[in-house]
Design a protein around this ligand. Structure first.
Ligand code: DGY
Length: 335
């Protein structure tokens, strides 16, 4: 790609400093509006570029890679999750895929911790009651939630985000439990005083709050199935800032409605937005997929994406290649 500027096609409006840096380095086709491109427009845009910079919401499936032609050799995703990209199909067509891990972990963990506190302590319900004029002064029995300190937090997928959540949760007096395909570094396990559960089912039956932090893959679709949700104790809460598809949302909403689970704090949904049933369920705090939504995270995600593009276009291996088959220790065991 020497001799001319690398052509990068961007699919969404990105933070201003990211767009400015892209403009300095590459020949860029920007996307002025914040609406995702249609599948046809996505193909058209990618066909004329060396690099596509997509993000969540752009579906890059096998058909996309079959139709996109030979020019585009890198998909530099703006975001950590790549479940919207068929990485196997990309690789089969000679396309490298990169993502932006790490940079958003601390901000995402803050939001998970906020949900871990907000649901048992009825934070949003309290705000709503006050705004609705229902506050009649302090009462010994009104608006009672559940104590967070002393509870057991079960993290499914203790990777970068899971570890950042565990550190926060430990400071709030929760004990840390986790389920991964493999154990984390023993020093970190000691530091967190974390208990490893080889069996997800057994961990679920014993914890008070579950935090979902594994990636969404075919193997983790509905990992928290109805059967597994039924293993939880009725006083348990579910927190999910990873991907909606990992939890059977219909079963979760029904069980909360029926009082078979205490509540949920969710930032992500199976179909992008929460179902009517979930919106109507009691004891839920529902956020619009905003766990990484800080100026700092989004700019750093852009910087990371740019490093990947620059390394690739200079003929090097970009640092954040998504490598299929690489054993991701935080993935749960099958079954
Ligand atoms: C990601 O990067 O995949 C996040 O879900 C965006 O917040």
């Amino acid at each position: 790609m020497s001799g001319r500027k690398v052509k990068v096609a961007v699919t969404r409006k990105l933070p201003e400093p990211v767009e400015a840096r892209l403009r300095d380095l590459f020949d860029v086709v920007f996307h002025e509006s914040d609406a995702p491109l249609s599948p046809a427009a996505l193909i058209e845009r990618a066909r004329d570029a060396d690099v596509l910079a997509p993000t969540l919401g752009d579906r890059l499936d096998e058909a996309f890679f079959e139709q996109v032609g030979d020019r585009m050799k890198l998909v530099a995703n703006f975001g950590a999750g790549v479940d919207h990209i068929d990485v196997a199909a990309a690789n089969a067509h000679g396309v490298t895929v990169t993502n932006t891990p790490s940079v958003l972990a601390e901000d995402a963990a803050d939001m998970a911790m906020a949900l871990i506190l907000a649901v048992p302590r009825r934070l949003v319900e309290g705000v709503r009651a006050l705004e609705a004029g229902e506050f009649q002064g302090w009462s010994p029995t009104w608006m009672l939630g559940r104590r967070v300190r002393g509870k057991k937090l079960g993290i499914i997928g203790l990777g970068r985000v899971g570890e950042a959540i565990a550190r926060r949760a430990k400071a709030f007096g929760l004990s840390i439990h986790y389920h991964n395909r493999s154990r984390i570094n023993p020093h970190i396990e000691d530091e967190l005083d974390a208990t490893y559960w080889d069996s997800l089912d057994q961990m679920l039956a014993r914890v008070d709050i579950v935090s979902v932090n594994c990636p969404h893959t075919p193997a983790t679709f509905h990992l928290l199935s109805r059967r597994r949700l039924e293993l939880l104790q009725p006083q348990a809460y579910v927190v999910n800032i990873s991907r909606g598809e990992i939890v059977d949302e219909e079963a979760l909403a029904s069980m909360i409605e029926e009082g078979r689970l205490a509540g949920a704090g969710l930032d992500v949904y199976e179909r992008g937005a929460p179902s009517e049933k979930l919106l109507k369920a009691p004891n839920v705090v529902l956020l619009p997929h905003m766990a990484s939504a800080t100026v700092e995270s989004r700019v750093e995600m852009g910087e990371r994406m740019i490093i990947n593009i620059k390394m690739f276009s200079d003929g090097h291996k970009p640092p954040d290649r998504v490598i299929l088959g690489l054993d991701d220790g935080r993935l749960p065991k099958a079954g």
